[in-house]
Design a protein around this ligand. Structure first.
Ligand code: WT7
Length: 692
């Protein structure tokens, strides 16, 4: 039954037909409203008229079909892609209920296709050969680069031929450790072309983290570059790879080919540390290969990529996505959530090292034949106006970013924005964490000049694509709400016991049945897949997020309910940070919690117990933070270290994080019941040491 998804849309239709408030007025009106839930921001009529989904009614029609006849709905869309051989029957099959056996999801099984072919060859052949596929903006302003669809295809083919020549075959893993240069999407597409499974590791991860991922998927080749400039800093990526390969060799994983791109603007090849025999300069070999390359046709259910993400234990999870469903889903979500038109210039500020960069820098947009912007640098370099400089330079129409960047630019002041005309912008997007209403309004009013709808897209590495998202033009938005489910998605809110709650409520966000872009397993650990996502609330996929549904049916994401912290839109497991801290020889125990952070959304707050007799000092604090940077990456460095001679534990030895969270946020009057603690005195002691 899907009735609960429909009522809101009908009420929105009525409101919208009444047409009393529209566009900008609603935001101004909003200031005087009783609660944020009442603030409706209507799309302006001009926008709605040209939108792909122009009304609640149209959405409702499409949504109804997508959940009542998913096979028909998605088959029609899938038919717009190229399939060497059409999928069989059934169009999809799923077991979503662990009680009935192993969880299994399949879409378009038996269909034979290739996602690289659909991104490139299909667009080249349909008249887009000379259309710009990628505009590239380097770290230092003043120059640029670009590739047409035809040129991109040629580059991809050369690399694909090289990899094949080096023995990379269908199903083999390839690790990619690259910054945002064009070679990163090129590398992903080249792997996809030959059926190799890419595992992109964000180039902000440490050697240890990279090694861990290399050991897990045992790649034939690692693709990297010598260095990158971010802002005024040079980061020597190749040295990180060198260290990672030494580390992974200790576990018996030997990688004998490291293809290295010479990123000249950051570092010349002469200064790069080199290992003869293993290391090869990209520019010396790849351009010699032919610019055409046969496609490796794969089954829709053959793996496309692995991407590691954090969970509540120390070990990262290798999220596995397959080809066909992911292709159809990323393309469709991209098109509708951003109201994509062929004339758009699209810029997503995410790095390809995260899922957003997979689905919405590379695959989703290119499948639609879009022109994308790839930006190497930092959004506040040389100053906080850089984004708008880039928007004006390439006439960006769709700008997709994270709330953390919005908040940090908002803090820097409107002048950096208003200095640039930004006339080309028509749709804005937000992802990674809930966007607070005040940041939403600033983004809408100042950046978007009160004329661009904001698609606040809720989704996850695991979901492959958008799950809950506005369709700009279709219905009014509420600042801070991701609004309604995408086609084919049936979200439910459940209570602790796993019972579905209807209407206005809050609880745990789950999904009722599969969608094409869903991940199929955790690499090498299907049991953990079932335990983490399908066992907590049998019959459902559990997202790990809390959620509220308001009286109008709008969804409001309220953040993680597990031991995962969301720092600047990056998911960090508290257990990972703790294990990095305790690997410091002077740290005996650590407990990490999230705290509210003005810019990052959440910050990392670490309580540390030291080895007996070790005094706490500023130096030690720094060296603990350094340890986390080294083990995970700079983005996971604790914002605050709190020396804890003892931690609040129950008599059975369990750390009471509830109390630690209150101490971390200095809500000292709300510590709650501390009588079950083995030693209630530790709380007093912790409070006394809070600002040391
Ligand atoms: C977690 C997934 C998927 C894109 C990047 C992060 C949070 C993501 C939103 C949003 C509220 C959001 C959730 C989710 N999240 N987008 N629009 N509103 N929360 O991917 O690393 O897999 O993290 O990010 O908590 O579970 P990820």
């Amino acid at each position: 039954t899907t009735t609960s998804h429909f009522s809101h849309v009908e009420s929105i239709s009525k409101l919208s037909a009444a047409g009393k408030i529209s566009g900008v007025n609603a935001v101004v009106l909003g200031e005087a409203l009783a609660s944020e839930e009442d603030e409706l921001v209507f799309p302006n009529d001009e926008f709605s008229r040209q939108a792909l989904v122009p009304s609640p009614k149209k959405y409702l029609e499409m949504y109804k079909r997508s959940v009542e006849d998913p096979a028909g709905f998605w088959s029609d869309i899938a038919s717009q892609f190229y399939w060497k051989q059409k999928w069989g029957r059934p169009v999809f099959s799923e077991n979503f209920d662990v009680r009935k056996g192993n969880v299994k999801i399949e879409w378009f099984k038996g269909g034979i296709t290739n996602i690289c072919y659909n991104c490139l060859d299909r667009n080249v052949e349909s008249g887009n050969a000379d259309k710009i596929a990628i505009y590239w903006e380097p770290n230092d302003p003043g120059s640029q680069d670009s590739l047409t669809y035809f040129q991109l295809l040629q580059r991809v083919c050369q690399l694909a031929n090289y990899l094949k020549d080096k023995g990379v075959k269908k199903g083999d893993a390839v690790v990619i450790y690259l910054p945002m240069i064009m070679e990163l999407p090129i590398a992903m597409l080249a792997c996809a072309r030959i059926g190799a499974v890419h595992s992109v590791v964000f180039a902000g991860f440490s050697a240890e983290s990279l090694a861990q991922r290399i050991v897990d998927c045992k790649p034939k080749v690692v693709l990297t570059c010598n260095a990158v400039k971010r802002g005024s800093k040079v980061i020597t990526l190749k040295e990180i790879v060198d260290a990672a390969l030494v580390e992974s060799a200790k576990s018996g994983i030997l990688v004998d080919l490291c293809l290295t791109y010479e990123n000249k603007s950051a570092m010349k090849r002469e200064s790069t540390k080199w290992r003869e025999g293993r290391d090869v300069w990209w520019q010396d070999v790849v351009p010699k290969y032919p610019t055409t390359c046969e496609v490796e046709w794969v089954d829709a259910e053959d793996p496309l990529f692995l991407l590691y993400t954090s969970g509540s234990t120390g070990k990262p999870k290798g999220v596995l996505h397959t080809t066909g469903g992911y292709m159809v889903y990323t393309a469709t979500t991209f098109k509708y959530a951003f109201d994509y038109k062929p004339s758009d210039i699209y810029w997503c500020t995410a790095d390809c090292g995260w899922i957003t960069g997979h689905s919405y820098v590379t695959y989703g947009p290119l499948l639609n034949g879009a022109t994308i912007v790839v930006f190497e640098g930092a959004p506040n370099y040389p100053d906080s106006g850089r984004c708008w400089d880039i928007v004006d330079k390439f006439k960006v129409t769709i700008f997709y970013t994270a709330p953390t960047l919005v908040r940090s630019l908002m803090r820097d002041g409107d002048e950096y924005v208003t200095r640039y005309p930004r006339k080309s912008l028509r749709v804005l997007g937000s992802v990674g964490e809930p966007i607070n209403p005040s940041a939403w309004r600033w983004f809408f009013n100042v950046v978007g000049g009160s004329r661009c709808p904001i698609s606040d897209t809720w989704w996850q590495t695991e979901t492959g694509g958008f799950m809950i998202t506005p369709l700009p033009g279709a219905w009014p938005q509420k600042p801070g709400s991701a609004t309604f489910p995408f086609f084919g998605v049936q979200p439910v809110i459940v209570d602790e016991k796993g019972a579905e709650i209807e209407g206005e409520c809050s609880g745990y966000l789950c999904v009722k049945s599969s969608w094409p872009g869903a991940f199929r397993t955790l690499y090498g650990d299907h049991e953990r897949y079932e335990t983490t996502y399908f066992k907590p609330f049998p019959g459902y996929y559990f997202s790990g997020d809390g959620c509220r549904r308001d009286k109008d049916g709008y969804y409001w994401l309220t953040g993680r309910v597990d031991d995962v912290i969301n720092v600047s839109g990056h998911r960090i497991g508290t257990a990972e940070v703790e294990s990095a801290l305790v690997s410091h020889p002077q740290c005996a125990e650590a407990a990490v919690v999230g705290i509210e952070h003005e810019v990052k959304g959440q910050g990392i707050y670490a309580f540390v117990t030291l080895v007996d007799g070790v005094p706490y000092s500023d130096e030690l604090r720094k060296s603990l933070i350094h340890k986390v940077r080294n083990q995970i990456g700079a983005f996971a460095a604790p914002d605050k270290v709190h020396w804890a001679p003892g931690l609040p534990k129950t008599r059975s030895g369990k750390i009471m994080r509830r109390i630690l969270r209150k101490i971390a946020s200095r809500q000292l009057n709300e510590l709650g019941d501390t009588s079950t603690l083995a030693d209630p005195n530790v709380v007093e002691q912790l409070i006394a040491l809070a600002d040391r």
